[in-house]
Write a protein of this length. Structure first.
Lengths: 326, 515
């Protein structure tokens, strides 16, 4: 009898995120007529797509036992970099030379910017042994500053229709950002579960010393993880910029906290070695449904923040309890 | 009242016993501590010295037996109670907070306060200064502990002990990490403490030190007291004999081994030296050379701190910055700069600390087993889980690992089975040389025997094994040849035929005479 109860509890805890999500969906459908509609469903998925990009990278980083505070700032500079190149190109006044960028060239440049800044994070963490918290805090400031310098503090707008497809286009009736984030989820589910690299990420988070002694190139894995995280932040930056048809100097402010929240709610352990991309997907959905629902219910945005905080605390508290039960 | 012949007993353990799951750590042990004397406690690793020290200092109570302080029975429930009764311990790993000052460390947790309830630094520093003066240690009470040398930190620990008005100071291997000159300073200090009537309990492996400073000697072996009396009644030979007993000599020629010997060494290391990271010019390992053949077990014996682990880690490609020397595999010079390179060259290393270094406890049995050879489970860049399970299952069967399933967290396995998972992980890399560091530490007797027969089986199949251990019976049981290390140097080498426990132990204690 008691055994059965314990097992029930364990099952409940195992599917805590799914259960929480379902409860929220059921509650919202009763509270608002506009919630359970197809249009609103796509809406939510589109709204979470940027956070999902960041959170996939963040999941990898946190799985290794690290953290990346620079994702929001890297998102901003990558988006602004692409937008600036697309709009103005690069001018070398002495040589009387202007290099124009095509849409794909600008997108590539934005992605490279994100990858480079992520790689730089990895280099600081591995070569100079700077703790990830500090290294990425430094990058946060650097990337924010660079964004201001690059945009001179003004939005870069008027990026053209082709570029707008990334954020506003549809394919088979599904918004492009949803396609992009769904593709990334699929790729990284496979990477984490089915590749050596994915296995090594978990191993590294489980025990860095044991990983090293098992012959893993610990530094190279870390650099790869932060580089990927930077690249995915750039993808988020391109989506945001394209959707607004404008690179805002303050884009992505506070996004690092949303993505850490999604990862944690999704059951990934901040000490590393335990968690999953699908968990993070659930975490993003929970935050998305919460934001969407509270807006539909006309709840003040200030209360939304309070509620989000409570959800994070509850999720982590349940996670700790579940560890005790196991 | 007290005469020269019979000093007064200050602290005494009577018929103390203590057992832990699977081990009788102390069995009916009597230990007397005399006032103003140096009371030495010696024994092999695992003889029960630490357990006795922990009982006397209140870390845990004995299962049976009594502790008498000046003839009255006392019960210590916590270290603090023992400390307040005047018994202090100076652990080998010093217990100071490096980021605080000397004075703050001495008075940690009982800082003198001013009338306003703030810390009275003036008084604290004044009292620290007078304690340090008494110990003839010219250290500023305000300096940070992290800026002091180890020897000075030790004196700060002694000052802290004195600030409790300690009558008994227990020192665990106090000279293991300090230089020769710091050692003489410490010995002078011990002499003056003795004159003040402080009783010193001195735990050591270095028998020659006891000839300089010892008064009374107690020898433990396997949790029993095997000898006790005035230091002058014993010479080194008789102490060594007591420490090892006669128990293992019959193990020697117990079974002849069938080996495939090619005659030419599989692996050779020449003049390996490892410098201490924070103390240039001091060596963890100094000019050690060794060779091992296919199908051969080379035992590396040494007591704690002899440099066994540092040697193996260096051969495995760790400690590159601080080490030098040449290594040869199958006659060719190899340069190994990382564990990855070592593994590719055919070298495997099962470290001493299973839980922190050998395994990833959050992962399953299968994931741990395949970790070092994951490429073999890969097909078109993706892991093939059925391929992985087949590979892993093969090793699970071969090593007879008892686990409910392949996806059981490795955390849930017993120590012996965890060790076998580590062996499985390494066998999966098809190594030529397997290095084992304390392979049976903390493993119960039955599992130990299984690990031993596995090692024998593997060597019969042609694997070369380097076995580092501080357990002499283990070394004697498995090794074809034995090298002995002490203080980072190789002090002796024996073939299986000439090895006897007494000369090995003497070499490990680093006597010049006998070997």
């Amino acid at each position: 009898m008691i055994d059965g109860q314990v097992r029930l509890k364990q099952e409940l805890i195992r599917f805590q995120s799914i259960i929480a999500l379902l409860l929220m969906v059921v509650a919202m459908s009763f509270l608002s007529d506009n919630f359970l509609t197809t249009a609103n469903g796509w809406n939510i998925l589109r709204q979470i797509s940027v956070n999902l990009c960041l959170s996939i990278g963040m999941t990898l980083v946190i799985l290794t036992g690290g953290i990346d505070l620079s994702v929001g700032a890297v998102l901003a500079i990558s988006g602004a970099f692409a937008a600036g190149l697309l709009k103005n190109g690069i001018a070398f006044s002495e040589a009387d030379l202007l290099i124009q960028f095509s849409v794909s060239g600008a997108i590539l440049a934005g992605l490279l910017m994100g990858l480079f800044l992520g790689w730089f994070n990895g280099l600081m963490i591995t070569r100079f042994r700077i703790p990830p918290f500090v290294a990425t805090l430094g990058m946060f400031s650097i990337a924010r500053g660079l964004t201001m310098l690059w945009t001179k503090g003004f939005p870069i707008t008027g990026l053209g229709e082709t570029f707008a497809i990334i954020g506003t286009g549809n394919y088979l009736g599904i918004p492009m950002p949803v396609w992009i984030s769904a593709a990334l989820v699929t790729v990284f589910v496979v990477v984490t579960r089915k590749t050596r690299f994915g296995r090594y990420v978990y191993a590294l988070g489980g025990s860095e010393r044991a990983s090293l002694l098992s012959g893993l190139n610990v530094d190279r894995i870390k650099v790869a993880v932060y580089t990927i995280c930077g690249g995915l932040s750039a993808v988020g930056g391109l989506i945001v910029t394209s959707r607004l048809d404008s690179a805002q100097p303050n884009a992505g402010l506070g996004y690092e906290l949303d993505s850490i929240a999604a990862v944690v709610i999704g059951g990934t352990s901040l000490s590393g070695g335990r968690g999953s991309i699908l968990g993070t997907l659930l975490g993003c959905l929970i935050i998305g449904v919460l934001n969407n629902g509270l807006i539909l219910l006309d709840v003040s945005p200030f209360w939304q923040q309070v509620v989000k905080g409570l959800v994070i605390l509850t999720a982590v508290a349940i996670d700790k309890m579940s560890k005790k039960l196991q | 009242m007290s005469t020269v012949d019979t000093p007064r007993t200050i602290l005494e353990a009577q018929a103390v016993s203590k057992s832990f799951p699977g081990v009788q750590a102390l069995d009916n042990v009597d230990f007397r501590i005399y006032e103003g004397q140096l009371n030495a406690l010696v024994g092999e690793n695992g003889a029960g010295k630490s357990t006795l020290m922990n009982i006397l200092s209140g870390v845990f109570p004995p299962d049976s037996g009594r502790i008498l302080l000046r003839g009255n029975e006392v019960v210590f429930n916590r270290p603090k109670e023992a400390q307040e009764a005047g018994i202090s311990v100076i652990f080998q790993e010093l217990n100071l907070l490096p980021n605080l000052s000397v004075a703050e460390n001495i008075f940690l947790g009982r800082e003198p306060l001013t009338r306003l309830g703030l810390i009275d630094y003036a008084q604290m520093e004044e009292r620290s200064r007078s304690l340090l003066e008494r110990l003839k240690c010219p250290v500023n009470p305000r300096s940070l502990v992290s800026n002091l040398r180890i020897g000075q930190q030790q004196i700060v620990e002694i000052a802290k002990a004195l600030s409790f008005d300690s009558k008994v100071i227990i020192m665990d291997e106090p000279t293991s990490a300090i230089s020769e000159s710091e050692t003489s300073v410490l010995f002078d200090l011990i002499d003056s403490l003795k004159r003040e009537g402080v009783a010193i309990v001195y735990i050591t492996h270095k028998l020659e030190e006891l000839e300089r400073i010892g008064d009374w000697l107690t020898v433990l072996r396997d949790g029993c007291r095997v000898g006790s009396g005035r230091q002058t009644n014993y010479d080194r030979d008789s102490i060594v004999k007591m420490m090892i007993g006669r128990k293992m000599n019959q193990d020697l020629s117990a079974e002849s081994k069938h080996r495939i010997i090619t005659g030419e060494g599989l692996f050779k290391a020449e003049n390996i030296s490892v410098e201490q990271v924070n103390r240039p010019g001091h060596y963890l390992v100094e000019n050690v050379s060794l060779s091992v053949d296919r199908g051969e077990v080379l035992g590396i014996f040494g007591l704690v701190g002899a440099g066994r682990t540092a040697l193996l880690e260096t051969l495995f490609g760790l400690r590159n910055e601080s080490s030098r020397g040449d290594t040869f595999l199958e006659g060719r010079r190899v340069n190994i700069n990382s564990p990855g390179e070592a593994i590719r060259a055919g070298i495997a290393f099962a470290p001493e600390d299973r839980k922190e270094e050998g395994l990833i406890l959050k992962m399953t049995v299968a994931e741990n087993t395949s970790l070092a050879s994951l490429k073999k489970s890969e097909r078109f860049f993706l892991l093939d889980s059925s391929l992985e399970r087949d590979q892993v299952q093969g090793f699970i069967d071969r090593l007879r690992i008892r686990t409910p399933s392949l996806s059981t967290p490795v955390l849930n396995l017993s120590g012996g089975n965890q060790q076998k998972v580590i062996l499985a992980k390494w066998l999966a890399t098809s190594p030529k040389l397997l290095m084992l560091d304390e392979p049976t530490r903390g493993i119960d007797v039955g599992a130990k025997q299984e690990i031993y027969s596995l090692i024998e089986e593997l060597t019969r199949a042609g694997l070369a094994v380097l076995l580092a251990s501080s357990e002499l019976p283990e070394i004697m049981r498995l090794s074809d040849r034995i090298i002995v290390m002490a203080e980072g140097r190789k002090t002796a080498e024996f073939s299986r035929e000439d090895a006897d426990t007494e000369s090995i132990m003497k070499a490990a204690l680093h006597f010049q005479a006998a070997v």
